[in-house]
Design a protein around this ligand. Structure first.
Ligand SMILES: [Ca+2]
Ligand SMILES: [Ca+2]
Length: 588
């Protein structure tokens, strides 16, 4: 047998390998350089955060490392109060050249590649919206639209049982109703009205705030060829399900459509346990009223394509409002329900103790849609309290966003309060910007360890949205600049160095806690999904590398505390990236 070393071809290969491994040894890609792994706008802010105490220059190189195109000095060191790590920022905002580059610091290494160009986040806007198509119940995903993630239909949901907790004289326990469509809520296959509420409100608001740009977003879904924007087609999939969750007789809305207990890690078509609609309650009914009132405004634009839908939505909203008025304090309390009924329901409870914010939100959407002052007292009574970043159980700020958006068309009653309403939004944003310059990563997100809640990345996105609204009100570009800082946070400038959207960037989650991604036998996770993000709570008892709040993240499918996905987390992600793209193009 011939010695391989004597073969000229192998010899060349050997020399080639030596040369390249030498270059790789001298400087390699370093996880200590944290930046938006997708990229930057030519005229926008551009910042990387480097985990280093050393003073140094930094360089922007082309991807073959043969040209140095820009250089600068790292800023003064800042100690991360959460982790104790020392961080320096590299600001290359004055580098405007378009192309794909890397950032280099001789003693640290190379960054992941990033691109500078106009519309650099457009594909992210498309993929994060497209993720809802992959969450659809009651439809097979075919390869023409789903690519390698094509799968059989899951959950037709045409034979849903009325759970004893939801029984009424006309619908005794065990009655069968049909409740098709909708999106799977998260990593599981159940469908929850409360969490659909904020998700739909956020996505409908995105359309209302940026109709022109959102109309240009094509997600390659079965409805892409119709005359309705794909964002609204996707919203319709869940809206039509939500409409079936109202008891048509009295207007009350069921809390959720669910199995009695969670499925294993199986594909949706294999998940065939009986499903139930569970207890009608005030908060679910008010969330439903808000969504339907808002949807009525939005779909009023499409009378030909969707005849009667806007009217149906408004009637459903008004009926729900009346039910809530007649049943103002009905809570969803899963343990109590399980003590009194069988089977026990152990899936996500979405229990919310306070309905004060849901009254404001539902009243607002009904007021803005109908211009009927009878809803206004519900808004007025809460007008003196400061706002907070929205979450599934705190939706009051969504109301203020809507009031601000429709400021010029409010009735005289509402118009008088508009300055105060908008001041609440800018005050919320100003609080976010307080001390932001002193932050190790230069981002609004992460000023305190308390930001690292379950689903922390959705907090980052919702903070960004508050800043976008403040910008829309004031046109002060500082708000926009820092909205972008939170997008950078989600895409890599953070305590873990992850770009938290599946299928995006160089280092992104591969093992989300998401049943289809786990069970489909395909290596790549379903794209466009935002992982929950760093959360030191470790509620799932999985193995984590650390307990440090901004680093406590594990890309393992066990981790529902940091690596699950959810429709109410993806929605602010879609909003933030899409709004920033629209504003960058000056298209509203
Ligand atoms: Ca369409
Ligand atoms: Ca609430």
């Amino acid at each position: 047998m011939k010695n391989w070393f004597t073969c000229p071809l192998f010899f060349l290969l050997f020399i080639f390998t030596i040369c390249f491994s030498h270059s790789a040894l001298s400087q390699t890609t370093s996880d200590k350089i944290r930046l938006n792994q997708i990229g930057f706008y030519p005229n926008g802010p551009k910042t990387a955060a480097i985990i280093t105490a050393e003073e140094s220059s930094f360089y922007i190189l082309n991807t073959t490392h043969t040209d140095t195109l820009f250089s600068g000095k790292l800023q003064k060191p800042v100690t991360n109060a959460i982790s104790g790590k020392i961080v320096r920022l590299a600001d290359f905002s004055s580098f405007h050249k378009q192309g794909t580059f890397i950032l280099s610091i001789p003693a640290v290494g190379y960054s992941y590649p990033f691109t500078i160009k106009n519309n650099v986040h457009h594909l992210l806007a498309v993929s994060t919206l497209k993720s809802y198509y992959y969450q659809r119940a009651s439809i097979p995903l075919i390869s023409k639209f789903a690519g390698q993630w094509a799968r059989a239909e899951g959950h037709p949901d045409t034979q849903i049982l009325i759970h004893p907790s939801a029984a009424s004289a006309n619908h005794p326990a065990g009655t069968i109703i049909s409740s098709s469509r909708g999106w799977y809520d998260a990593g599981d296959y159940n469908k929850y009205i409360v969490n659909s509420g904020i998700t739909m409100g956020t996505l409908l608001s995105l359309y209302e705030d940026f109709p022109k740009y959102t109309e240009t977003i094509h997600t390659n879904i079965p409805e892409s060829q119709n005359a309705i924007p794909d964002l609204l087609d996707e919203i319709l999939w869940n809206l039509r399900w939500m409409l079936t969750m109202q008891d048509a007789e009295d207007g009350g809305v069921y809390h959720k459509l669910t199995n009695a207990s969670f499925d294993g890690m199986i594909m949706p078509d294999r998940a065939i346990k009986p499903r139930y609609v569970v207890k009608k309650n005030t908060i679910a009914t008010l969330d439903f009223a808000a969504v339907m009132a808002q949807a009525s405004r939005v779909f009023r634009k499409y009378p030909k394509q969707l005849p009667g839908l806007a009217d149906s939505c408004l009637q459903s909203a008004q009926k729900a409002w009346i039910w809530a008025q007649n049943n103002p304090e009905v809570l969803y309390q899963q343990n109590l329900i399980n003590q009194q009924n069988d089977p026990d329901i152990t899936t996500g409870s979405y229990e919310d103790k306070s309905n004060k914010d849901e009254w404001v939100w539902a009243a607002t959407e009904l007021y803005v849609t109908t211009k009927d002052n009878k809803y206004y007292p519900y808004i007025k009574q809460d007008l003196d309290n400061a706002l907070s970043i929205p979450s599934w159980n705190q939706v009051r700020t969504l109301a203020y966003y809507t009031l601000s958006r429709y400021g010029s068309t409010l009735t005289q009653t509402g118009k008088k309060d508009l300055p105060s309403i908008q001041k609440h939004i800018t005050s919320l944003a100003d609080n976010l910007l307080k001390d932001v310059e002193m932050q190790p990563y230069g981002t609004v997100m992460g000023k305190t360890a308390k930001d690292y809640i379950w689903g922390s990345n959705s907090l980052a996105a919702n903070q960004g949205i508050a800043l976008v609204y403040a910008y829309q009100i004031t046109h002060n570009s500082r708000y926009l600049h820092y909205a972008l800082s939170n997008l950078d946070f989600i895409l890599g400038r953070n305590g873990t160095g992850y770009c938290y959207v599946t299928g995006s960037g160089s280092k992104s989650p591969h093992h989300p806690h998401h049943r289809p991604s786990i069970a489909d036998g395909i290596d790549a996770p379903i794209p466009g999904l935002l992982a929950g993000g760093a959360n030191p709570g470790q509620q799932d008892k999985c193995e984590y590398p650390t307990t440090i709040a901004d680093e406590c993240y594990a890309d393992i499918d066990c981790s529902y505390a940091t690596n699950e996905i959810a429709i109410n987390w993806n929605a602010p992600m879609v909003y933030l990236v899409t709004a920033l793209e629209a504003l960058q193009r000056s298209i509203k």
